[in-house]
Design a protein around this ligand. Structure first.
Ligand SMILES: Cc1cc2nc3c(=O)[nH]c(=O)nc-3n(C[C@H](O)[C@H](O)[C@H](O)COP(=O)(O)OP(=O)(O)OC[C@H]3O[C@@H](n4cnc5c(N)ncnc54)[C@H](O)[C@@H]3O)c2cc1C
Length: 392
């Protein structure tokens, strides 16, 4: 609609939502509870998403994908999370859905031809290796080093929290090719690879964690991993810039996942609130329980609007840093808030696994920390939107 303001999803977008919801309905809360408790990758779900053609959503058509935008990708992941799959479902496919964009945009034709069609058909699992134990959120401080040796690189270093590394054949790996103290701009001198996680030179150890246990997160020890130059994504030294391009879309995807969990938590809370009778009336009649849910609804709706604006801006080639960050901040907060309230409303049963809200609670908590913390979002808004001094 030119000139006007529209809050409606297109027919295609609505179809995507419905189709994904239908597919996800085959994997109910019991399935996700089982996978979570068994610490087992949801392969059946992943295969169903792959055979539905969804994994290639944002991959260009020439590589077998659909070439769609971030708006469609967020709708997909929101529906996945909302189905009760929450982060176990979303993290199983998250990187495949949008994380390959640095390769799409900067990878060589050979690298793209060798990997993207396999991403689309689901055969190639990839993980994303940025975080390091000593660098934390200050990515410029990573020390995993790729040393050029003729037409190869020799990589040594250590990553932490790498989700899905266990199941992955390849890793999108951020390294340093020039040490921190030898670059003029601290984000220069980093290089990105899409390369095999060769188990002879890579040790992968799962981290015991609070939730989202169907998808592992791992310590990754890299010891003399020799990779061909052809596995380099784009130019040497520009890896951080390539990753940076993908940060806003990633924030939007995470926002959508948080939103989906908030929605399903709220649905469960309303149902239980209407059914559970204590003191001769449904507990949902008490304003002390009803108002927090109404408040969560308002917060989820408001957060959703910012998210839709952010994805619209991105897909229309407009700057979206403010909106992407705000969407992540508000959706993570509203999603976790709804899950927390749903748990409270279930009383003791909220603490059990049986009603699933404890799983939502654990998984929605994650989005306030990763892939970027709420504090770093506020740092961005304070410095880059409000124009205040950098506080760190
Ligand atoms: C389940 C899970 C899955 C993950 N998956 C992946 C993955 O697949 N790949 C990957 O690369 N990483 C992954 N991560 C890592 C994640 O991105 C980081 O945990 C996150 O970016 C936070 O970094 P950190 O843990 O090093 O925290 P730190 O940098 O140690 O920060 C600790 C705390 O200090 C705060 N803080 C630090 N500096 C400032 C400042 N200047 N101002 C205000 N507050 C500050 C932070 O906000 C945070 O609350 C995952 C993490 C988890 C928990």
């Amino acid at each position: 609609m030119s000139g006007g303001m529209s809050f409606e999803l297109s027919e295609d977008q609505q179809t995507i939502r419905q189709a994904v919801a239908e597919l996800c309905s085959k994997f109910d809360d019991e399935y996700w509870m089982r996978k979570d408790l068994a610490h087992e990758f949801p392969q059946e779900f992943y295969d169903a998403i792959a055979s539905g053609g969804w994994l290639g959503m944002t991959i260009p058509e020439e590589y077998g994908g659909h070439g769609l935008g971030i708006t469609e990708a967020t709708l997909l992941l929101e529906e996945v999370a909302r189905s009760g799959a929450a982060m176990n479902g979303a993290s199983a496919i998250h990187l495949t859905i949008f994380g390959m964009q640095p390769v799409v945009k900067h990878g060589s034709d050979e690298l793209k031809a060798a990997t993207l069609p396999r991403i689309v058909n689901g055969d190639l699992h990839v993980c994303f290796g940025v975080t390091e134990p000593t660098a934390g959120l200050d990515t410029s401080r990573i020390t995993t080093f790729a040393k050029r040796e003729g037409d190869k690189y020799r990589i040594n270093g250590r990553k932490v929290w790498i989700s899905k590394a266990q199941e992955s054949e390849k890793i999108l790996l951020l390294t340093r090719t020039t040490p921190y103290d030898q670059v003029t701009k601290k984000t220069d001198g980093m290089t990105l690879f899409l390369t095999d996680l060769n188990r002879d030179h890579v040790d992968i150890r799962p981290i015991k964690k609070m939730g989202r246990n169907a998808v592992s997160s791992n310590e990754v020890f890299i010891d003399d991993l020799v990779v061909p130059v052809g596995d380099r994504v784009g130019e040497e030294g520009k890896g951080f810039k390539y990753i940076l391009d993908g940060l806003n879309p990633e924030r939007m995807l995470i926002a959508a996942e948080a939103l989906g969990i908030g929605r399903v938590a709220l649905e469960k809370a309303v149902k239980y609130g209407n059914e559970r009778v204590v003191f001769n009336r449904p507990i949902g009649m008490n304003q002390g329980l009803q108002f927090p849910l109404a408040d969560s609804l308002a917060r989820l709706d408001a957060a959703e609007l910012v998210l839709r604006k952010a994805t619209w801006l991105y897909d229309n080639g407009k700057p979206c840093g403010r909106e992407a960050n705000t969407a992540k901040y508000l959706c993570a907060d509203a999603g976790f808030g709804a899950a927390d309230r749903a748990l409270q409303l279930h009383g003791g049963m909220g603490y059990s696994e049986e009603y699933h809200v404890s799983r939502y609670f654990r998984e929605s908590r994650l989005m306030k920390i990763a892939p970027v913390s709420q504090e770093m979002i506020l740092n961005f808004l304070g410095e880059h939107v409000l124009g205040m001094p950098r506080s760190y």
